[in-house]
Design a protein around this ligand. Structure first.
Ligand SMILES: C[S@@+](CC[C@H](N)C(=O)[O-])C[C@H]1O[C@@H](n2cnc3c(N)ncnc32)[C@H](O)[C@@H]1O
Length: 251
């Protein structure tokens, strides 16, 4: 089966200027008065969550495991008349950034769950090495605790349009015996009310709990750990009810 992140074109089908606008609004509200000029996103992908930060005037650097996603990110940034430094690396080893430090180091797009629970903590340590004193560490994640408690299985997206075609995306989540979750991503492409193309991808996640993460961040010297629903302009709710959250903490 083809890998989702080799198909950056498919990943980006969901994107639109309207979506970028919503993400920008969300970042603006979420970051508030925090002074952030330089950002490193260690799972930047094709930039869906991070290009809006460039649009907000920040200096953005990115890395990702997928060359295809990075290539697409570069093209999208160039098309906006901007530039970005990108590196291909696993976020469990960020040594390619040497001694570089940033105002905020972030992992966007529910990406930490791709690695084992122990490696999530290791990744936070790697990210921490590149956070300036007084800077921020940040990530967003699906609320795995809610997903596991409710053993949710189906996740539907509103249909979106790509040229003349209508695209439907649905996710079916398999809860595996070892505690991992396989996301089956089912895309169907319709024209003249007929499905003419189907694309199926499998993504494997390792659900992690929030508490060990916040404890680890405290051990690393982080304070003001703030968790908000993602996107944060949605009506406020308690953690147990959040589908997706974003955490930020100050070094
Ligand atoms: C859902 S995409 C999110 C992309 C982008 N941040 C966004 O929100 O649009 C997840 C990304 O995580 C990357 N990824 C998965 N495991 C990784 C790892 N161990 N190190 C670095 N990147 C990884 C994938 O290549 C993919 O680009």
């Amino acid at each position: 089966m083809e890998k989702l992140y080799d198909r950056a074109d498919i990943c980006d089908l969901i994107e639109s200027e309207e979506r970028f606008g919503c993400i920008k609004k969300d970042w603006t509200l979420f970051l508030g008065e925090r002074s952030i000029k330089t950002v490193l996103d260690v799972s930047i992908g094709s930039g869906g969550m991070t290009i809006p930060l460039l649009d907000m005037g920040m200096d953005v650097t990115g890395s990702d495991l997928s060359e295809a996603m990075l290539e697409r990110c570069k093209k999208k940034v160039k098309a906006r008349g901007k530039d970005i430094q990108l590196k291909c690396t696993d976020f469990r080893d960020l040594s390619c950034f040497g001694d570089d430090k940033f105002d905020m180091v972030v992992s966007t797009g529910n990406s930490l769950g791709y690695v084992s629970n122990a490696d999530v903590l290791k990744t936070l340590e790697e990210m921490d090495k590149h956070v300036k004193d007084g800077g921020y560490i940040c990530f967003d994640s699906r609320n795995w605790e809610k997903i596991q408690k409710e053993t949710e299985r189906f996740y539907f997206y509103n249909p979106f349009h790509h040229g003349e075609n209508r695209v439907n995306l649905m996710q079916v989540w398999d809860h595996n015996q070892d505690g991992s979750i396989t996301f089956n991503l089912l895309y169907s492409f319709e024209k003249d009310e007929k499905i003419f193309q189907r694309e199926i991808f499998e993504e494997h996640y390792n659900p992690f709990k929030l508490e060990p993460v916040t404890k680890h961040l405290e051990k690393l010297g982080y304070k003001d750990i703030t968790i908000k629903q993602f996107p944060c302009y949605a009506p406020e709710t308690e953690f147990e009810k959040m589908d997706w959250y974003r955490l930020i903490a100050k070094k």
